[in-house]
Write a protein that binds this ligand. Sequence first.
Ligand SMILES: CC(C)(COP(=O)(O)OP(=O)(O)OC[C@H]1O[C@@H](n2cnc3c(N)ncnc32)[C@H](O)[C@@H]1OP(=O)(O)O)[C@@H](O)C(=O)NCCC(=O)NCCS
Length: 221
Amino acid sequence: MPNLASRWDRLSDGFDSPWRLRRALARAFCSPVARAVLVAGGVRVGTGAQFFGIPIVRRYAGSRIEIGAHVDFRSWPASNVLGLAHPVMLTTMAPNALISIGDGVGLSGTTIAAAERVVIGKGAVIGADVIITDNDHHVVGAGLSQPGIAPVRHGPVEIGEEVFVGARALILKGVQIGPRAVVGAGAVVTRSVPAGTIVAGNPARVVGWVMGDEHGTGEQP
Ligand SMILES: CC(C)(COP(=O)(O)OP(=O)(O)OC[C@H]1O[C@@H](n2cnc3c(N)ncnc32)[C@H](O)[C@@H]1OP(=O)(O)O)[C@@H](O)C(=O)NCCC(=O)NCCS
Protein backbone atom coordinates (compact mmCIF):
# COMPACT_ATOMS: atom_id res chain seq x y z
CA MET A 1 0.00 0.00 0.00
CA PRO A 2 1.65 3.29 -1.05
CA ASN A 3 2.13 5.79 1.72
CA LEU A 4 0.18 8.74 0.27
CA ALA A 5 0.95 11.07 3.19
CA SER A 6 4.70 10.69 2.77
CA ARG A 7 4.37 11.09 -1.02
CA TRP A 8 2.42 14.31 -0.50
CA ASP A 9 5.08 15.52 1.97
CA ARG A 10 7.77 14.89 -0.63
CA LEU A 11 5.76 16.64 -3.34
CA SER A 12 5.08 19.69 -1.22
CA ASP A 13 8.75 19.74 -0.16
CA GLY A 14 9.53 19.82 -3.89
CA PHE A 15 7.39 22.95 -4.34
CA ASP A 16 9.07 24.62 -1.36
CA SER A 17 12.58 23.82 -2.63
CA PRO A 18 12.28 23.62 -6.45
CA TRP A 19 16.03 23.16 -6.90
CA ARG A 20 15.60 19.72 -5.36
CA LEU A 21 13.04 18.78 -7.99
CA ARG A 22 15.36 20.01 -10.77
CA ARG A 23 18.25 18.10 -9.21
CA ALA A 24 16.19 14.90 -8.92
CA LEU A 25 15.19 15.14 -12.59
CA ALA A 26 18.80 15.71 -13.69
CA ARG A 27 19.91 12.80 -11.51
CA ALA A 28 17.35 10.50 -13.14
CA PHE A 29 18.84 11.25 -16.56
CA CYS A 30 22.46 11.20 -15.42
CA SER A 31 22.51 8.02 -13.30
CA PRO A 32 22.33 5.47 -16.15
CA VAL A 33 24.97 7.39 -18.13
CA ALA A 34 27.34 7.60 -15.17
CA ARG A 35 26.83 3.92 -14.42
CA ALA A 36 27.63 3.01 -18.04
CA VAL A 37 30.80 5.14 -17.97
CA LEU A 38 31.98 3.53 -14.72
CA VAL A 39 31.20 -0.02 -15.79
CA ALA A 40 33.00 0.58 -19.10
CA GLY A 41 36.01 1.62 -17.00
CA GLY A 42 35.97 -1.72 -15.15
CA VAL A 43 34.26 -0.45 -11.98
CA ARG A 44 31.73 -2.68 -10.17
CA VAL A 45 28.59 -0.69 -9.35
CA GLY A 46 25.72 -1.99 -7.16
CA THR A 47 22.03 -1.56 -7.84
CA GLY A 48 20.18 1.68 -7.23
CA ALA A 49 23.27 3.92 -7.37
CA GLN A 50 22.33 7.60 -7.72
CA PHE A 51 24.72 9.86 -9.61
CA PHE A 52 24.46 13.64 -9.65
CA GLY A 53 27.04 14.24 -12.40
CA ILE A 54 29.71 11.92 -13.71
CA PRO A 55 32.58 11.03 -11.36
CA ILE A 56 36.18 11.08 -12.58
CA VAL A 57 37.48 7.52 -12.26
CA ARG A 58 41.05 6.40 -13.02
CA ARG A 59 41.60 2.70 -12.44
CA TYR A 60 45.14 1.33 -12.60
CA ALA A 61 45.20 -1.89 -14.68
CA GLY A 62 44.54 -4.90 -12.44
CA SER A 63 43.28 -2.85 -9.49
CA ARG A 64 39.70 -2.87 -8.18
CA ILE A 65 37.13 -0.16 -7.63
CA GLU A 66 33.91 -1.52 -6.09
CA ILE A 67 30.86 0.59 -5.39
CA GLY A 68 27.96 -0.81 -3.32
CA ALA A 69 24.21 -0.57 -3.79
CA HIS A 70 22.19 2.62 -3.31
CA VAL A 71 25.18 4.94 -3.06
CA ASP A 72 24.66 8.68 -3.60
CA PHE A 73 27.53 10.35 -5.50
CA ARG A 74 27.39 14.13 -5.95
CA SER A 75 29.67 15.64 -8.59
CA TRP A 76 27.91 18.72 -9.98
CA PRO A 77 28.98 21.93 -8.17
CA ALA A 78 25.39 22.66 -7.09
CA SER A 79 24.48 19.09 -6.15
CA ASN A 80 25.46 19.78 -2.53
CA VAL A 81 24.18 22.91 -0.79
CA LEU A 82 27.74 23.79 0.28
CA GLY A 83 28.96 23.73 -3.34
CA LEU A 84 31.58 21.37 -4.70
CA ALA A 85 34.97 22.29 -6.15
CA HIS A 86 35.12 19.26 -8.47
CA PRO A 87 33.42 15.93 -9.25
CA VAL A 88 33.89 12.82 -7.11
CA MET A 89 37.38 11.53 -8.05
CA LEU A 90 38.40 7.90 -7.52
CA THR A 91 41.93 6.83 -8.45
CA THR A 92 43.77 3.57 -7.91
CA MET A 93 47.52 4.04 -8.29
CA ALA A 94 48.90 0.48 -8.35
CA PRO A 95 47.88 -2.92 -9.76
CA ASN A 96 46.87 -4.38 -6.37
CA ALA A 97 45.09 -1.29 -5.07
CA LEU A 98 41.48 -1.38 -3.91
CA ILE A 99 38.81 1.25 -3.43
CA SER A 100 35.72 -0.28 -1.85
CA ILE A 101 32.66 1.84 -1.11
CA GLY A 102 29.87 0.20 0.90
CA ASP A 103 26.12 0.18 0.38
CA GLY A 104 24.32 3.45 0.97
CA VAL A 105 27.47 5.60 1.18
CA GLY A 106 27.18 9.28 0.23
CA LEU A 107 30.10 11.09 -1.42
CA SER A 108 30.09 14.79 -2.38
CA GLY A 109 33.00 15.98 -4.51
CA THR A 110 35.13 13.50 -2.57
CA THR A 111 38.66 12.65 -3.71
CA ILE A 112 39.85 9.11 -2.98
CA ALA A 113 43.34 7.96 -3.99
CA ALA A 114 44.54 4.44 -3.20
CA ALA A 115 47.99 2.98 -3.76
CA GLU A 116 47.03 0.17 -1.38
CA ARG A 117 43.49 0.20 0.05
CA VAL A 118 40.70 2.61 0.93
CA VAL A 119 37.56 0.97 2.32
CA ILE A 120 34.41 2.87 3.33
CA GLY A 121 31.78 1.02 5.38
CA LYS A 122 28.04 0.92 4.80
CA GLY A 123 26.02 4.06 5.34
CA ALA A 124 28.99 6.42 5.80
CA VAL A 125 28.36 10.04 4.82
CA ILE A 126 31.35 11.92 3.47
CA GLY A 127 30.82 15.72 3.31
CA ALA A 128 31.71 18.23 0.63
CA ASP A 129 35.22 18.16 -0.88
CA VAL A 130 36.76 15.68 1.55
CA ILE A 131 40.14 14.15 0.55
CA ILE A 132 40.97 10.56 1.51
CA THR A 133 44.37 9.19 0.54
CA ASP A 134 46.31 6.14 1.69
CA ASN A 135 49.75 7.43 0.64
CA ASP A 136 52.00 10.51 0.67
CA HIS A 137 52.14 10.77 -3.17
CA HIS A 138 55.76 11.98 -2.88
CA VAL A 139 58.85 10.71 -1.15
CA VAL A 140 59.43 12.50 2.13
CA GLY A 141 62.99 13.88 2.52
CA ALA A 142 65.96 12.43 0.63
CA GLY A 143 64.94 11.17 -2.80
CA LEU A 144 62.22 13.80 -3.39
CA SER A 145 63.98 15.06 -6.52
CA GLN A 146 64.87 11.55 -7.78
CA PRO A 147 61.67 9.56 -8.28
CA GLY A 148 62.00 5.84 -7.55
CA ILE A 149 65.04 6.13 -5.27
CA ALA A 150 63.00 5.85 -2.05
CA PRO A 151 59.51 4.42 -1.42
CA VAL A 152 56.43 6.58 -1.06
CA ARG A 153 54.94 5.80 2.34
CA HIS A 154 51.45 4.33 2.44
CA GLY A 155 49.00 2.56 4.76
CA PRO A 156 45.43 1.34 4.26
CA VAL A 157 42.56 3.63 5.21
CA GLU A 158 39.37 2.15 6.66
CA ILE A 159 36.28 4.19 7.44
CA GLY A 160 33.68 2.33 9.50
CA GLU A 161 29.95 1.99 9.03
CA GLU A 162 27.84 5.11 9.55
CA VAL A 163 30.81 7.41 10.01
CA PHE A 164 30.09 11.07 9.23
CA VAL A 165 32.96 13.13 7.82
CA GLY A 166 32.45 16.93 7.76
CA ALA A 167 33.19 19.13 4.77
CA ARG A 168 36.78 19.61 3.58
CA ALA A 169 38.32 17.17 6.05
CA LEU A 170 41.54 15.37 5.07
CA ILE A 171 42.00 11.72 5.98
CA LEU A 172 45.59 10.56 5.60
CA LYS A 173 47.44 7.25 5.25
CA GLY A 174 47.03 4.45 7.76
CA VAL A 175 43.95 5.92 9.44
CA GLN A 176 41.13 3.70 10.66
CA ILE A 177 37.92 5.40 11.73
CA GLY A 178 35.66 3.30 13.95
CA PRO A 179 31.92 2.88 13.29
CA ARG A 180 29.62 5.87 14.00
CA ALA A 181 32.52 8.26 14.62
CA VAL A 182 32.19 11.88 13.46
CA VAL A 183 35.01 13.89 11.88
CA GLY A 184 34.60 17.68 12.16
CA ALA A 185 34.63 19.97 9.15
CA GLY A 186 38.16 20.85 8.05
CA ALA A 187 39.82 18.25 10.30
CA VAL A 188 43.18 16.76 9.36
CA VAL A 189 43.03 13.13 10.50
CA THR A 190 46.49 11.61 10.92
CA ARG A 191 45.79 8.97 13.59
CA SER A 192 43.05 6.36 14.00
CA VAL A 193 39.72 7.41 15.51
CA PRO A 194 37.85 5.24 18.06
CA ALA A 195 34.26 4.22 17.31
CA GLY A 196 31.57 6.63 18.40
CA THR A 197 33.90 9.57 19.07
CA ILE A 198 33.77 13.08 17.61
CA VAL A 199 37.16 14.35 16.43
CA ALA A 200 38.05 17.79 15.08
CA GLY A 201 40.95 20.13 14.37
CA ASN A 202 44.45 19.83 12.95
CA PRO A 203 45.69 17.33 13.91
CA ALA A 204 42.28 15.84 14.75
CA ARG A 205 41.69 15.17 18.45
CA VAL A 206 38.70 13.76 20.33
CA VAL A 207 36.32 16.59 21.26
CA GLY A 208 33.26 14.51 22.20
CA TRP A 209 31.20 11.38 21.88
CA VAL A 210 28.28 10.48 19.71
CA MET A 211 25.07 10.01 21.72
CA GLY A 212 24.88 6.47 23.06
CA ASP A 213 28.66 5.97 22.86
CA GLU A 214 29.58 8.15 25.88
CA HIS A 215 30.47 5.16 28.04
CA GLY A 216 33.05 3.78 25.72
CA THR A 217 30.81 1.07 24.31
CA GLY A 218 32.12 1.71 20.83
CA GLU A 219 34.66 -0.86 19.72
CA GLN A 220 38.16 0.36 18.87
CA PRO A 221 39.05 0.47 15.18
C1 LIG B 1 32.15 18.00 14.52
C2 LIG B 1 30.77 18.60 14.79
C3 LIG B 1 29.66 17.60 14.35
C4 LIG B 1 30.72 18.81 16.28
O1 LIG B 1 29.49 19.35 16.65
P1 LIG B 1 29.09 19.39 18.23
O2 LIG B 1 29.01 18.00 18.76
O3 LIG B 1 27.89 20.25 18.33
O4 LIG B 1 30.37 20.00 18.92
P2 LIG B 1 30.57 21.44 19.62
O5 LIG B 1 30.16 22.52 18.67
O6 LIG B 1 29.92 21.37 20.97
O7 LIG B 1 32.14 21.49 19.76
C5 LIG B 1 32.86 20.73 20.72
C6 LIG B 1 34.28 21.27 20.70
O8 LIG B 1 34.90 20.93 19.45
C7 LIG B 1 35.30 22.09 18.74
N1 LIG B 1 34.96 21.86 17.32
C8 LIG B 1 33.76 21.45 16.82
N2 LIG B 1 33.83 21.32 15.49
C9 LIG B 1 35.09 21.67 15.14
C10 LIG B 1 35.76 21.72 13.90
N3 LIG B 1 35.14 21.38 12.74
N4 LIG B 1 37.07 22.08 13.89
C11 LIG B 1 37.70 22.40 15.06
N5 LIG B 1 37.11 22.36 16.26
C12 LIG B 1 35.82 22.00 16.30
C13 LIG B 1 34.47 23.22 19.33
O9 LIG B 1 35.13 24.45 19.17
C14 LIG B 1 34.37 22.78 20.78
O10 LIG B 1 35.58 23.08 21.44
P3 LIG B 1 35.57 23.65 22.97
O11 LIG B 1 34.94 22.55 23.79
O12 LIG B 1 37.01 23.88 23.26
O13 LIG B 1 34.73 24.87 22.93
C15 LIG B 1 30.54 19.93 14.01
O14 LIG B 1 31.27 20.99 14.62
C16 LIG B 1 31.00 19.82 12.55
O15 LIG B 1 32.16 20.03 12.18
N6 LIG B 1 30.01 19.46 11.68
C17 LIG B 1 30.28 19.15 10.28
C18 LIG B 1 29.32 19.92 9.36
C19 LIG B 1 29.60 19.54 7.94
O16 LIG B 1 30.69 19.74 7.42
N7 LIG B 1 28.61 18.93 7.28
C20 LIG B 1 28.82 18.33 5.96
C21 LIG B 1 28.09 19.06 4.92
S1 LIG B 1 28.44 18.41 3.32
